[in-house]
Design a protein around this ligand. Structure first.
Ligand code: ZN
Length: 147
């Protein structure tokens, strides 16, 4: 298990140092600011929807390694997905990091966050970008806070 854990940490470190899709999306039709006061993580999520599909998705912000890596890997995973699929993955990811259920079978690399459930304070770091995503897809809010 030790090696596997190291591998997981490597993936998270890699994404936190070189976040993917880390840019402002000029043509975004949804923009949501997320804030996790417990850790000080900030994320702004940009989404461009087209025909019920996440045509493009990006983020900016600053936060701990977990929050940045989670946002980075989420944008990688969700680009091109339907909004329905994105909502389903939100639930799957949420269950994974809160230790509720499932192995995150459809989450691919995002399954590295399963270890987060052992650290309740980190759950909010890992889910910040996802909550922003959900708000963007529902279109109800322009900012979310984990509190
Ligand atoms: Zn954090």
């Amino acid at each position: 298990m030790g090696d596997l854990r190291d591998l997981y940490q490597e993936v998270i470190l890699d994404h936190s140092r070189k976040p993917r899709n880390f840019r402002c999306l000029e043509e975004a039709d949804h923009r949501v600011d997320g804030f996790n006061p417990l850790c000080g993580d900030k994320v702004t999520l940009f989404v461009r929807l087209e025909n019920g599909e996440l045509k493009d998705i990006s983020f900016q912000g600053s936060g701990c390694a977990i929050s940045t890596a989670s946002a980075s890997m989420m944008t990688e995973k969700l680009k091109g997905k339907s909004t329905q699929e994105a909502m389903r993955l939100f639930d799957e990811f949420h269950d994974l990091v809160t230790g509720k259920a499932g192995q995150g079978a459809d989450l691919g690399k995002l399954a590295v966050f399963s270890g987060v459930c052992e650290f309740p304070i980190r759950v909010k770091c890992a889910t910040l970008a996802w909550h922003a995503l959900k708000a963007a897809l529902i279109g109800a809010e322009h900012s979310v806070s984990t509190e």
